[in-house]
Design a protein around this ligand. Structure first.
Ligand code: PEP
Length: 251
């Protein structure tokens, strides 16, 4: 049985004091549910304070990116090992904002995924089509290509530790959520691609999150779908009350 996983992606929001204030509000509201795992990915500078505040809780700490090398002359970059040392257990990679604004490629996503896995961290690999690509009937091809390239060379054993996030670019931060049927059909495709890469049993264990304007009102209907195992949440993860109510969803 796959456990639900809800990840808050704070993007470039919540400085150290805002992070502390958010968690002082959120943690008393958070009711642990054995069927739902929760993680928060603050900006790099807030990882320390976030980790301290989460140390007594079961909530995972993660990052929003990483570099694939262990160390060296890579100004501005942070390695998977460095994240691990700070208490991170996962990192989001290949987010569409990284791809669109910072030129990240499927090959870069692949190097990051391999580096995270060899450091023992969970890569949350984001894939998703733009509105243009969807309108041209290319959504399945784009997502398949991003997965095949992003996960190239990942052994079936390691593949079971990967989380995939389907985030249609047109639904991120726009208030336009994919319909449950639109999301489910792409999640089903993703599970098929994972089965091709690592076999049926691995693909049945792989968690596939949906991301794109998920909030406390629409989460339950999305999470009711067979192949939707959780959510990657941007905007709604910045409000302690909304995020607490979202992670407390009931399908
Ligand atoms: C995201 O950034 O991963 C995201 C899904 O954002 P939002 O929930 O704000 O659409």
């Amino acid at each position: 049985m796959r456990k639900y996983l809800i990840i808050g992606n704070w993007k470039m929001n919540q400085n150290r004091s805002e992070t502390a204030a958010f968690l002082d509000d959120f943690l008393p509201l958070y009711k642990k549910n054995e069927d739902v795992e929760v993680g928060i990915a603050p900006p790099f500078t807030s990882i320390g304070v976030c980790g301290d505040k989460l140390s007594e809780s079961s909530i995972f700490l993660g990052a929003q990116n990483c570099h694939w090398e262990d160390s060296g002359a890579y100004t501005g970059e942070i390695s998977a090992g460095m994240l691990k040392e700070c208490g991170c257990s996962f990192a989001i990679i290949g987010h569409s904002e990284r791809r669109q604004l910072f030129g990240e490629s499927d090959e870069g996503v692949n190097k990051r995924a391999l580096a995270l896995l060899s450091a023992g961290l969970t890569p949350i690999v984001c894939v998703g089509e733009t509105l243009d690509e969807r309108e041209q009937g290319e959504a399945f091809n784009v997502v398949t290509r991003q997965l095949e390239r992003g996960l190239a060379g990942v052994s079936p054993e390691k593949l079971s530790q990967v989380v995939v996030a389907y985030e249609p670019v047109w639904a991120i931060g726009t208030g336009k959520t994919a319909s449950t049927a639109q999301a489910q059909e792409v999640h089903k495709l993703i599970r098929k691609v994972i089965a091709k890469l690592g076999g049926d049993s691995i693909s049945q264990q792989t968690r596939i999150l949906y991301g794109g304007s998920v909030n406390d009102k629409n989460a339950a209907s999305l999470l009711r779908e067979n192949d939707i195992d959780g959510a990657l949440v941007g905007g709604a993860s910045l409000d302690a009350q909304k995020f607490a109510s979202l992670v407390g969803f009931r399908v």
